[in-house]
Design a protein around this ligand. Structure first.
Ligand code: SAM
Length: 219
């Protein structure tokens, strides 16, 4: 699963093409985790994801794309599901693995680029994206959605929890309902079953930021 072999020495992007977010900030994602928790890392699973899980929304093999330090993946795994969390930030994954060890939770964390999942033979019945989709520009979204489709079982479920454009106090990458519909539709292999207003907890919003929780089925 690791994509480290064959990468360039001292390349902070490990041979990857930097994402639009990384080009904007001039820093690899990994850097966000070097000096303590980044703004999105509250040290807890997102309440919206906990609610989905409590209603039985996760089933079968679960993929958490852009899992960060793993709170959502750890929560879902603690319910007895088989979970793989992937991220490009090795520092985040090291923290996630340490949490799993400390809490005695069985869960897999691996370095992987969410744009490159087409190479995989593994398939997932449930996929979670908490805060990754909204970091991509529209070209990246097209590639990402195709990559996710390649590893999601037909009739499988994808949950996207992203910042929404319905303010006040929107998060840094606000997404509209139209942008979700433009990315996930029958032409790209998906059908959206719900887009519900939610909150995403961050370290700098008292009551979270406005968000969408999109429930999306693979067709
Ligand atoms: C806003 S953070 C959210 C992290 C985590 N899901 C959470 O809720 O705490 C976005 C995460 O996506 C990861 N990421 C960004 N681009 C990625 C890519 N192309 N493939 C895999 N992970 C990526 C970042 O390293 C970061 O950990």
């Amino acid at each position: 699963m690791s994509e480290r072999s064959g990468t360039l020495a001292n390349d902070p992007f490990n041979g990857r093409h930097p994402t639009s977010h990384e080009r904007l900030t001039g820093l690899p994602w990994d850097r966000s985790y070097h000096d303590g928790p980044p703004p999105w890392d509250t040290g807890q699973p997102q309440p919206a994801i906990v609610r989905v899980a409590s209603k039985g929304g996760f089933a079968g093999a679960v993929l958490d794309a852009g899992c960060g330090t793993g709170e959502n993946a750890l929560h879902v795994a603690s319910l007895g599901l088989s979970v793989l969390g992937v991220d490009v930030a090795e520092t985040a994954l090291a923290i996630a693995r340490e949490k799993a060890r400390d809490r005695g939770i069985e869960v897999e964390f691996a370095v992987a680029d969410a744009f490159q999942l087409v190479r995989w033979s593994r398939r997932f019945e449930t996929v979670l994206d908490c805060g990754l989709f909204h970091t991509f520009d529209s070209d990246e979204r097209t590639r990402y959605v195709a990559s996710l489709a390649s590893v999601t079982e037909h009739d499988g479920t994808l949950y996207v929890l992203c910042f929404s454009d319905h303010g006040p106090d929107t998060g840094p990458h606000p997404i509209s309902r139209e942008q979700l519909r433009a990315a996930f539709n029958s032409g790209t292999g998906w059908t959206i079953t719900a887009i519900e207003p939610e909150r995403v907890q961050t370290r700098y919003h008292d009551d979270g930021a406005p968000a969408w929780l999109a429930t999306i089925k693979r067709i």
